[in-house]
Design a protein around this ligand. Structure first.
Ligand code: NAP
Length: 248
């Protein structure tokens, strides 16, 4: 079989970057996407140094035209899309519900919810006629539990999980699988912004049964599994990767 073609959004940092590196090491061809051109081209060059055929395509997932072009340019370059990882996301502006506004709602939902919807819309447009493909959305443990002072983020990730299951039902007839990973606290810039101080971060780690914050590579491995043929009968599922945080 030829090398699988993988599309990753929000690939320039954190979990997205670790996912791109993991796919490159597994021999995939990659379209990596993000908003920042210089950093994106640098990532694509790094992936090519690992031996992967990789291209950077700039896109803001909140824009339908950007996502359409991202998907079309990926197909023009590689001929198909075998798996897509919809990882781009934002923590928005965490805070009490009484302090939220139209702007804070849009700042979170436009990327996490509309961005995931637009990504799946264009990916399914390619994968359904192709009669194969695997989509992996990136949710959060806050996609299936509440989060005081992060209600907008939690609401947006609940929406990601609802859309994931619904898209799985729509894609199944064409053999397209749609799943999500739900990371617990994972060591990225987003977690640093969420926690604010090293004391808060340590306190969060102490509440994880495995006693630590997760590594980006650990989430990436779960994403690679869901995207792969090893998960060929798995669709509509949310795979939680949280060191046991939501087990009890
Ligand atoms: N870290 C955690 O503890 C944790 C836990 C659960 C779930 N997650 C989820 O994991 C995913 C990755 O986050 P991360 O932790 O790796 O944090 P991160 O390093 O901040 O990564 C988020 C990435 O998404 C990109 N992005 C944001 N808005 C975008 C937009 N409108 N269009 C295109 N790209 C956009 C960011 O690029 P810019 O630099 O351009 O903003 C950034 O590269 C997110 O969906 C997040 O909600 C993270």
């Amino acid at each position: 079989m030829s090398k699988p073609v993988i599309l990753v959004t929000g690939a320039l940092t954190g979990i997205g970057r670790a996912t791109a590196l993991a796919f490159a090491e597994s021999g995939a061809r990659l379209a990596v996407s993000g908003r920042r051109e210089a950093e994106g081209n640098a990532l694509a060059a790094e992936l090519r140094e690992l031996g992967a055929d990789a291209v950077f395509i700039q896109a803001d997932v909140r824009r339908d035209d950007d996502v359409r072009r991202l998907v079309d340019e990926t197909v023009a370059r590689f001929g198909r899309i075998d798996a897509a990882v919809n990882n781009a996301g934002t923590e928005g502006q965490p805070g009490a519900i009484v302090d939220q506004s139209e702007e804070t709602y849009a700042a979170t939902f436009d990327t996490n919810v509309l961005g995931t919807l637009l990504s799946m819309k264009h990916e399914l447009r390619v994968m359904q006629p192709q009669k194969s493909g695997s989509i992996v959305n990136v949710s959060s443990t806050y996609g299936h539990e509440g989060a005081a002072f992060a209600s907008v983020y939690a609401g947006s990730k609940h929406a990601v999980e609802g859309m994931t299951k619904s898209a799985a039902l729509e894609g199944a007839a064409a053999g397209v699988r749609v799943n999500a990973v739900a990371p617990g606290p994972t060591d990225t810039g987003m977690l640093d912004r969420f926690t604010g101080t090293s004391e808060n971060k340590a306190a969060l780690a102490a509440r994880v049964p495995l006693g630590r914050i997760g590594k980006t590579e650990e989430v990436a491995r779960a994403i690679v599994f869901l995207a792969s043929e090893a998960a060929s009968f798995v669709t509509g599922q949310i795979l939680t990767v949280d060191g046991g945080k939501t087990a009890g």
